[in-house]
Each structure stands twice: as C-alpha cells, then as structure tokens.
Design a protein around this ligand. Structure first.
Ligand code: CP
Length: 294
C-alpha cells in the first residue's frame, strides 16, 4: 500500500500544477469502465486517471447496454474481452461481483465498489488524504460514523487503516452495525460525542436512504439529532476535527452544511471532501499504472 500511496503523491504533484505533463505509460491499453450503478466521483476519476496515463477508455452504462435486454454480467464481460480490452473497472450493486468476474476473464479487474462489500480505491484515497494531512497513519484514531452495515467504504477503510497501524472506531445506531463488527478489530461507540472526543479524525458515511430507512431507523430527524455531525455538536464538546466523507452527501442529515463546506478556519472542523476527490484521481492513476504498465 505504501508504494501505491507514494506513487499517488508523485501524480498529485503533477495534477495540481497549471500545465501538468503526464507520462504515457498506458498508451497501448484499453480500459473498460463497466458501471452497473450510478457514480460521479469514481467513474470520472478513473476515466481521467486512465487518460492522464495515455490509455483509451470504453464507457459502459448498464442502462444503455444490452443488459437492458437480459444479457448477463458474465456474457457482458466476455464480449468486452473479445474486443481486446486490457482491464475492467467494475462498479456493481451485488457484493462479490468483482470477484465473480475475475473467474471468467484473464484481464485485470479493479473493484470500483461492489454492493455493501468493498470499495478499495475509496479507502486508498481516504488513507492517502489522512497520510498527507497528518504525515502518518500509524497510531491515528479514526472514527467512522453512520451506516456501517451497508457501507463498502467502511469495510475497505477498516481493513486498510488497521493494516496501516491506525486505531479505528465505529459509531452507529445498533441497527446499522454489521453483525461481524466485534471481529473486525474496531472499537464500538453508540454515543457520538464520546466517539468524537476519542478521535483525531472522522469519516462520515452517507446514510444510504435507499436501504437504511427500511425499518432500520425510527426517522431521519432522529438519526440526524443523534448521529449528525454539526458545528453545534463540535462546539459543545470543544473538539476540532478533520472531516472526510466519500460522497455523495445527504446535507443536513449525516453532516451539516457548515461542516461539509468549511475548508478554512475559523471553526471547529476542516472539510476534506473536495481534497478527497482530487486525491482520488492521483490514487487511481497509481493503481492503474501499477497494475497495467509492463
Ligand atoms: N465515493 C463514491 O464512490 O462516489 P460515487 O458513487 O460518485 O462514485
């Protein structure tokens, strides 16, 4: 992981200059961006990352493909492989979909988020963002707040942060804690004030309204009162906090407008949300180059 983060750091230096000049190490590669779910950050950042490295991209949207006529995921992948693509970047609503297609193609497969299972490149960019800000991950106390049960971002971050030496806590209503939480090696909090007081930084999760409201929560208002990250809460407990969120955000539900948008002092929080998006391009360039340049 350190090697990927170091490479991403080099790419970020180039990305934020006025006239970036990139290498073309992937000039002979074709990368299929196969998205069965909507995406803004992941899809566009992979596309930009591929282009910055000179690769060609094919954009696959399930809604405008032959999937709408009943074609299976396996047949879709085999047909794209027959067009001589070199790699698949797959976003799919089913947990395990990326693993499934590694069994039917010899090409490189990158998981861009599968159901509520994993989102590895999101965790990499979150860890990159924290490492850049704090200068280390070892010993950092990271609280993950919200709908952990349905969150592929939480699962990948827990694995990546623990492997990097961080301490990880999760703070959720009991109905949104995964049943295997006690085996993940994280500290469990159900009081947000105590969780924030413990932490150096917070990763706030999107409340997955399409899933999490179905009997998991009494009401959104109640969730927001107990688990929403607001200026008032941070001021009351006198805590300055670096705040990450993978996006998209539900404003005024899991995070207040002030906390989401504050990128400069004064205030009790600093938002890294857009910095994370920039870092996503650099991290995905590092992933693509590492996997495909040879
Ligand atoms: N963070 C994230 O995966 O965002 P998108 O769904 O917009 O890709």
């Amino acid at each position: 992981m350190t090697m990927l983060l170091d490479l991403a750091k080099e790419f970020k230096k180039k990305l934020i200059t006025d006239n970036p000049v990139f290498e073309h190490s992937l000039h002979n590669k074709r990368i299929a961006l196969v998205f069965f779910e909507n995406s803004t950050r992941t899809r566009f950042s992979f596309e930009l990352a591929a282009r910055h490295l000179g690769a060609g991209t094919l954009n696959f949207m399930a809604s405008s493909s032959s999937v709408s006529k009943g074609e299976t995921l396996s047949d879709t992948i085999k047909n794209l492989e027959a067009m001589q693509v070199d790699a698949f970047v797959l976003r799919h609503p089913s947990s395990g979909a990326a693993d499934l297609i590694t069994g039917i193609t010899s090409k490189t497969v990158i998981n861009a988020g599968d159901g509520s299972h994993e989102h590895p490149t999101q965790a990499l960019l979150d860890i990159f963002t924290l490492r850049e800000y704090f200068g280390r991950i070892e010993g950092l106390k990271v609280i993950i707040i919200g709908d952990v049960l349905h969150s592929r971002v939480a699962r990948s971050n827990i694995y990546g942060l623990l492997a990097s030496g961080a301490q990880v806590g999760i703070c959720s209503p009991v109905t949104l804690i995964p049943p295997d939480a006690s085996r993940l090696g994280v500290s469990l909090f159900n009081n947000l004030d105590q969780a924030i007081a413990w932490a150096d930084t917070a990763i706030v999760l999107r409340l997955q309204l399409e899933r999490a409201t179905g009997g998991y929560l009494p009401s959104l208002e109640e969730y927001s009162v107990h688990y929403g990250l607001t200026d008032e809460r941070l001021e009351r407990i006198q805590k300055h906090l670096l705040v990450l969120h993978p996006g998209p955000i539900n404003r005024e539900i899991e995070i207040s407008n002030n906390v989401a948008d504050r990128i400069q002092p004064p205030g009790y929080s600093k938002s890294m949300l857009l910095e994370q998006v920039t870092n996503g391009v650099a991290v995905r360039m590092a992933v693509l180059r590492t996997l495909l340049a040879h």
